[in-house]
Design a protein around this ligand. Structure first.
Ligand code: SF4
Length: 414
């Protein structure tokens, strides 16, 4: 069985760059939130009971075992684990214990991340999280500016954020990644994004994940004008220069950290991942029959999941719960799907697209000349927007914010 991409393309060098052994990830979706943020498009609910939570975690165990049985070639190998949501940090470490027990009996966990919310975290829980097996915390801070937090509908304070970082650090976490939202319209942010990053760094954060605000249809922000593209570009440049000056490396367009981001690497470098729980997605490993793998998602599309604010999932009723855990496989990925998806994610990384891979998948040994002779790409190389080396072709850090617009150009030439 081939593990698409790395094995097939013989670019072991590339995974060496990543300094990780894990070549598959597990994502668990925990859809419970203390309240609904108006910009948020994730699958989640703020209406749930203790019984719903218990039933939900039981279903996670069942689904986890199902997928483990289906990937025997990965047993006893290294994996990454990520609990996202929703707000996984709403729950005590004990909720995660059995899932870790199951995973530990089949795999070596190289990195385990818990997404948390500064509003609901408790100081005493951080040590428990570490003891149960987590070694990385993400904190949904979004901003250290009170006004920005208010507009974003967040109920925590800047002080909560800084306290949370301190608690995680004191408990022994080294990898503390903080989420920031930028690109809010003029006048909303009263502290510069640079100063926010400086304060987070001084408090002990090891990195930031910075996302430009996008207005999604099914959110409560749908009809507002809070996002501004010009400010997003300007703030992205500020983020780049600030992160560089404090030693946060850019691992991907939106990710800056002085430490590893191993689970995210699984997505960015095209490795398979197992999604578990309502609203999650997965990419099954390639097989002889399906050499480019199959994607799937968990949960039926329903009126509830598309209602404005997306706050109507039901877990108390068994039938509804079953629908929310149903597995929906997509058509197996074609070679062209695979190439397009890889170009999309690789252009977001500092390593870019390996030339070996390009030759292999284009089936054309002359692909380099084709790219270099393309006037748009050639001009961008001369302007320093596209970086070209013996091994790879990549976008400069500054150009990454326009990365999506380059994808179509590359795909059309391959
Ligand atoms: S952004 Fe708000 S609503 Fe969305 S998952 Fe996080 S806490 Fe929940």
């Amino acid at each position: 069985m081939e593990k698409c991409f790395f094995k097939k393309m013989d670019t072991k060098k590339m995974i060496d760059i990543l300094s990780q052994k894990a070549t598959i990830g597990f994502y668990f979706h925990i859809p419970f939130c203390p309240h609904i943020c108006p910009y948020c498009d994730f699958i989640k609910t703020s209406k749930f009971t203790k019984k719903d939570i218990i039933e939900y975690f039981n279903e996670l165990k069942i689904q986890l075992k199902f997928f483990i049985d289906n990937i025997p070639e990965y047993h006893n190998k290294h994996i990454t684990v990520y609990f996202g949501g929703g707000t996984p940090g709403l729950f005590e470490a004990s909720y995660y214990k059995e899932l870790f027990d199951i995973l530990n009996s089949f795999f070596y966990i190289e990195e385990a991340t818990l997404e948390t919310n500064p509003l609901t975290n408790l100081e005493r829980r951080f040590e428990d999280y570490l003891n149960v097996g987590f070694n990385r915390i993400t904190l949904g801070a979004q901003s250290l500016c009170s006004n920005a937090l208010k507009i974003l509908g967040r109920k925590h304070t800047p002080e909560n954020i800084l306290n949370n970082i301190k608690w995680a650090k004191n408990a022994g976490f080294k990898n503390i990644q903080v989420d920031l939202i930028y690109g809010l319209k003029n006048g909303v942010r009263t502290i510069s994004v640079k100063d926010e990053i400086e304060s987070l760094y001084e408090a002990g954060s090891s990195g930031i994940s910075a996302y430009a605000l996008t207005i999604e249809k099914r959110t409560l922000f749908a009809k507002t004008d809070f996002a501004n593209d010009d400010i997003a570009v300007q703030e992205y440049y500020e983020i780049l220069s600030k992160c560089k000056s404090i030693g946060f490396q850019q691992h991907e367009t939106s990710n800056f950290s002085s430490l590893d981001t191993k689970h995210n690497n699984i997505y960015w470098y095209g490795m398979p991942y197992i999604g578990i729980g309502t609203g999650s997605h997965g990419l099954l490993p390639s097989t002889k029959e399906y050499p480019y793998g199959i994607r799937y998602k968990i949960g039926e599309e329903s009126e509830a999941s598309y209602a404005p604010g997306n706050d109507k999932l039901i877990f108390s009723d068994k039938n509804e719960r079953m629908k929310n855990f149903s597995i929906h496989y997509e058509t197996p990925r074609s070679k062209q799907d695979y190439i397009s998806e890889m170009i999309f994610t690789l252009l977001r990384t500092p390593n870019g697209i390996p030339l070996d891979w390009l030759k292999l998948y284009s089936g054309n040994n002359d692909i380099l000349n084709i790219l270099l002779n393309n006037s748009k790409i050639n001009r961008a190389i001369h302007e320093g927007k596209i970086l070209f080396s013996e091994r790879s072709i990549s976008l400069s850090p500054e150009e990454k914010i326009r990365g999506d617009s380059w994808v179509a150009d590359f795909i059309s030439l391959i």
